[in-house]
Design a protein around this ligand. Structure first.
Ligand SMILES: [Zn+2]
Length: 210
């Protein structure tokens, strides 16, 4: 992710690029030190101890942004190279989505994860989107018709907005069912998994059969 900044004079400042690595989390606290945004506090996960802060920004009001990263694989860069990124997944229109995602023969999940096609779709969001649209993750994109691509587009926009509102992609409807012996929360068929585009992928064995 990256953050646009402004200088004290209101001019555009440098961009701050943040790579979360495998387990990095962004935590924002307010002037009182209370949790104010970013990764939600969850009792089942490692507490955000200051010893594992990899990077912090102190705000004028006393608040703080931290990159909490126990595994230390995260990175922060000033002026990151964004030239290889496609358009923001949330800003793209349906026509451009159809043209960009529908091109080639890659499995649709691999295409959604390709940041040069669309920027901002990670593994969980891709699984949520494909499940919402009832599209098989391994189907080659050139076998998707316009209606299926439009369904994917609508599902992606809905999943993105829900993730932002809910506090993260882990709040997706199908995410709690990405495990062995789980049933699809919509139709009750077994959830199944495999590797698609090099990533662990879960899908409904009935509605998303390829
Ligand atoms: Zn299902």
């Amino acid at each position: 992710m990256w953050c646009d900044t402004v200088t004290r004079d209101g001019e555009p400042g440098p961009r701050l690029g943040v790579h979360l690595g495998m387990g990095g989390r962004i935590v924002v606290t307010g002037p009182d030190g209370e949790h104010g945004g970013g990764e939600p506090v969850r009792p089942d996960r490692t507490p955000f101890k200051a010893a594992w802060d990899r990077f912090t920004v102190d705000f004028a009001d006393g608040g703080r942004l931290r990159l909490f990263d126990k595994r230390r694989l995260g990175r922060v860069r000033l002026e990151p190279d964004l030239s290889g990124l496609g358009p923001d997944a949330e800003a793209i229109g349906p026509d451009e989505f159809r043209a960009r995602v529908g091109r080639g023969r890659a499995p649709v999940k691999a295409r959604l994860l390709d940041q040069s096609v669309l920027a901002g779709v990670g593994n969980l969001l891709a699984d949520e989107t494909l499940w919402q649209a009832a599209v098989a993750p391994s189907v080659p994109v050139d076998e998707l018709d316009a209606a299926a691509l439009d369904r994917l587009y609508v599902a992606l926009q809905r999943a993105l907005k829900a993730a932002v509102a809910g506090g993260g992609v882990h709040t997706g409807e199908v995410i709690p069912f990405r495990h062995a012996a789980a049933a699809c929360p919509r139709c009750g068929a077994p959830m199944v998994h495999g590797k698609v585009g090099g990533r662990t992928t879960w899908w409904c064995s009935d509605e998303q059969a390829s």
